[in-house]
Design a protein around this ligand. Structure first.
Ligand SMILES: [Zn+2]
Length: 94
């Protein structure tokens, strides 16, 4: 084992290339992510394209809207839920 071999370790080079282009996958479709943007430009990273970025954004919005899943027109469901919450709150106060 020679000393010159440890001095010129190839590890640093591999790390640099993996952080710039390789190693990042689009969370939407799994393709390789778009390269980083140039000065002042926009990049869809970590997505592969702006379309995939919008798809992911839409999923988040839809997920937020589906949390209040009670149908507002159906009062019986709401009243039952309120009664449940009130009894639960009354029990926790003791
Ligand atoms: Zn994609």
């Amino acid at each position: 084992m020679s000393e010159t071999e440890t001095m010129t370790s190839p590890i640093r080079k591999t790390v640099q290339t993996s952080t710039t282009i390789v190693g990042l996958e689009c969370p939407t479709c799994g393709e390789a992510a778009a390269p980083p943007a140039n000065n002042g430009g926009k990049s869809p990273r970590p997505f592969c394209s702006t379309r995939c970025a919008e798809v992911d954004l839409g999923r988040w919005f839809r997920g937020q809207y589906t949390i209040p899943a009670v149908d507002a027109a159906d009062d019986t469901i709401v009243e039952a839920l309120i009664a449940k919450v009130e009894t639960a709150a009354g029990e926790s106060e003791k």
